[in-house]
Ligand binder design. Structure first.
Ligand SMILES: [Zn+2]
Length: 420
């Protein structure tokens, strides 16, 4: 009896300590971002850093890792690495600079105004934005869905077409926010949809592009992670899928695509890692939905251009991620489109992009989207954009940089759409 009472007491204690903690938002006050270079003999140093750090911001990067560390663990991380410097003294202060999530005020049945792009928004408001935008252009757009997340949220996007009518032209597909914390990518992808529809009747360039393609635009393909990054942990990256027998949560949906998923080195098999690839290829529901969409476009009118929008780093990358020695058959064309797009972006604001094949330019990735869309989806062009910045703010780009970022990126995307 006594032992039963004791175990009940322990169970309720355990419950009472776990529940509030899960609801509390992570406070990053005083946390630092260290940019560290790894020693020659890397061994398991990266894994040890992942254990000590609150988050690794650029997991897999060869030259240096940016890691978020609580003040009491800074010395322990420094002992593991060859060199380190503090690139952000106080992550909490940077988050305050990012700006509040603004409760959007929608006018009834009106197309959203450009002021949408001056603040970050809650998930429900992102869905309202899409629906209100679509409602203004019912003759040339429709809301689309591509499956359901772990927690039952629908992956929601918009399909836009021009004078040829719905479903008559080669497909273009833009995704954003596969990584939850990359909020600027949601805003950017939404800006593409907003520009294409609101400028169609007044801008000849936009009209020509919309008439040339069927465009499929999905701003948030990891809705559970995105919501979690707003309610609980601003720096959350993965989805919210559990692994039986392990307390760590989340698969990296961009290491989960069923193409070269099994190749070692470009993702983690540790469920606690930022780049956990999952237990089997394509075993996240978000990936299943995205993949079905890519496959169906391939089997109908074909995919001309695929862009997966991420942050940060200012890169334009193309296949392959899984092998640094492999050159895609149309590498020269990928480079030429990216060169012109990067120049178009630089002409707007001076922002400089680094371009190249993903593995040799940034780092090795397996089971990633662009390898799949190229090799299995037969997309003519497949790119990953890593948007602003190069690390000063990282994922928490201040709200006053949203408009400059989406406007410059628009010019890069227009350049690519013209060239395809
Ligand atoms: Zn990302």
């Amino acid at each position: 009896m006594r032992s039963l009472l004791v175990s009940c007491l322990f169970a309720s204690l355990a419950l009472s300590t776990v529940v509030p903690r899960a609801r509390q938002k992570v406070d990053y006050s005083g946390f630092k971002v260290l940019r560290v270079s790894l020693p020659e003999q890397r061994g398991d140093v990266e894994a040890k850093i992942e254990e000590l750090a609150a988050h690794v911001l650029n997991p897999g990067k060869v030259e240096h890792l940016d890691v978020v560390v609580s003040p009491d663990k800074v010395d322990a991380v420094k002992k593991l690495v060859a060199t380190s410097k503090v690139i952000n003294e106080d992550v909490g202060a940077a988050l305050a600079e990012e700006g509040e999530i603004k409760k959007a005020e929608f006018s009834v049945a009106a197309v959203p105004s450009e002021s949408w792009f001056t603040a970050y928004h809650a998930y429900a408001d992102h869905i309202t934005f899409l629906r209100d935008l679509q409602a203004g252009y019912t003759g040339q757009s429709e809301i689309i869905t591509t499956g359901t997340s772990v927690q039952g949220r629908t992956l929601t996007g918009i399909h836009i077409w021009g004078s040829g009518g719905k479903g008559s032209k080669p497909a273009v597909l833009f995704h954003g926010t596969v990584h939850a914390r990359e909020w600027i990518s949601s805003m950017t992808v939404e800006y593409m949809a907003w520009q294409l529809l609101t400028k169609y009747s007044s801008n000849a360039t936009v009209k020509a592009l919309v008439d040339k393609f069927d465009l499929y635009i999905i701003p948030i393909v990891n809705p559970d992670g995105f919501v979690y990054s707003q309610t609980s942990d601003r720096l959350w990256r993965k989805n919210r899928q559990t692994v039986s027998g392990n307390s760590c949560v989340g698969r990296d949906i961009n290491r989960n695509w069923p193409y070269k998923w099994e190749v070692p080195g470009g993702a983690s098999t540790n469920p606690c890692s930022e780049t956990y690839k999952g237990q089997a290829a394509g075993d996240s529901p978000e990936n299943k939905g995205l993949r079905a969409h890519v496959d169906s476009l391939r089997d109908s009118r074909g995919l001309s251009l695929y862009i997966d929008f991420h942050s940060y780093g200012q890169y334009m990358l193309w296949p392959y991620g899984y092998d640094c020695n492999l050159v895609v058959h149309n590498d020269a064309q990928h480079r030429s489109l990216a060169t012109r797009a990067a120049a178009a972006i630089r002409a707007v604001s001076g922002t400089r992009y680094t371009i190249g094949p993903a593995c040799s330019t940034l780092y090795a990735t397996t089971g990633d989207s662009t390898d799949y869309t190229d090799a299995v989806g037969n997309s003519t062009y497949s790119y990953t954009y890593e948007l602003r910045d190069t690390g000063s703010y990282g994922f928490t780009l201040p709200a006053n940089q949203i408009q400059p970022t989406v406007r410059e990126t628009w010019e890069g995307v227009v350049s690519m759409l013209k060239d395809v």
